[in-house]
Design a protein around this ligand. Structure first.
Ligand SMILES: Nc1ncnc2c1ncn2[C@@H]1O[C@H](COP(=O)(O)OP(=O)(O)OP(=O)(O)O)[C@@H](O)[C@H]1O
Length: 269
């Protein structure tokens, strides 16, 4: 269980996240929505401790994550795996090595100095790539892949961290519609098949409604909505995005995800 209590993260006088409080039970697929600058990225980065909270607490299974230091903090960052808009892969390295990077936090220091990966980690990384139809690209340089493929490598890397939480910060912002669906389906599969909690920042309300079982709406750093997608009224959506009703509700709805995508069915686009 993730508990966020009165979480505030200030940059100078500006509160990017302002007294946010909520609880997330294991296994949820939670979308964080709101307009640009609402504080969505800072919220996720604060949970992972990439950003330092100014006030408030984050508890995970009763452990005060806000107080962790050193090795324990590194272990928390691995348990709360981040996925970024720009993938954050090492382009000149091959796909398998990028996925194996997800095992670094679990490795003793002496082992990482030898620069050899245990066979069981390699098997785990290959298995993660197989989940997303990427195994055939294991030896390829990562910077030769499409954006959608790179994001699937990043998701495989997150998966081998064996995380409790996946924090996805606008994971599809730089992808075309086809790759958007492939990547969102990959996150959904991780959530449903492995039971890993996913918290995902999304600009698109349609996507959030299609994929998430709960939405947290942010405006000016504050949580202004927290509930099921069906409870997000037109009025609240308009306030969240500061838009005309037709702009919020009038878009062509995306096709709903077809249940839990079967393992290894995404085309290696
Ligand atoms: N490192 C930082 N230093 C100073 N201000 C920051 C920093 N990070 C974020 N902010 C500010 O905090 C506010 C919230 O930013 P944040 O990136 O969390 O919003 P967001 O909802 O994720 O926006 P977007 O959807 O555009 O990424 C913004 O006003 C932003 O300028």
């Amino acid at each position: 269980m993730l508990v966020v209590e009165g979480l505030t993260c200030r940059f100078g006088t500006k509160a990017a996240v302002d007294s946010a409080s909520f609880e997330i039970a294991p296994g949820g697929f939670v979308g964080v929505i709101g307009r640009s600058g609402a504080g969505k990225s800072t919220l996720l980065r604060t949970i992972n401790r990439l950003a330092t909270p100014t006030e408030g607490r984050i508890l995970f299974d009763g452990v005060d994550v806000t107080a962790l230091r050193g090795k324990e903090l590194r272990q928390w960052r691995a348990r709360a795996a981040m996925i970024f808009q720009q993938f954050n892969l090492v382009g000149r390295l091959d796909v398998l090595t990028n996925v194996l990077m997800g095992r670094l936090a679990a490795m003793p220091a002496w082992r990482s100095l030898t620069q050899t990966w245990p066979e069981e980690d390699k098997a785990l990384a290959m298995s993660a790539l197989e989940q997303f139809d990427m195994a055939s690209l294991a030896a390829q340089r990562t910077d030769q892949l499409s954006g959608g493929q790179q994001q699937r490598v990043a998701i495989a890397r997150a998966l081998v961290q064996q995380p409790d939480l996946i924090l996805a910060d606008e994971p599809i912002a730089s992808l075309d519609p086809r790759n958007t669906k492939i990547v969102m389906d990959a996150l959904l599969r991780i959530n449903k098949h492995f039971g890993i909690t996913v918290i995902c920042n999304l600009h698109s309300l349609d996507l959030a409604r299609s994929y998430c079982d709960r939405l947290i709406g942010m405006a000016a750093g504050r949580v202004v909505f927290d509930g099921a997608p069906s409870a997000l009224t037109e009025h609240v959506a308009r306030e969240l995005y500061d838009l005309e009703a037709s702009e919020v509700m009038g878009g062509v709805p995306l096709p709903a995800p077809e249940g839990v995508p079967a393992l290894g069915t995404a085309a290696a686009a």
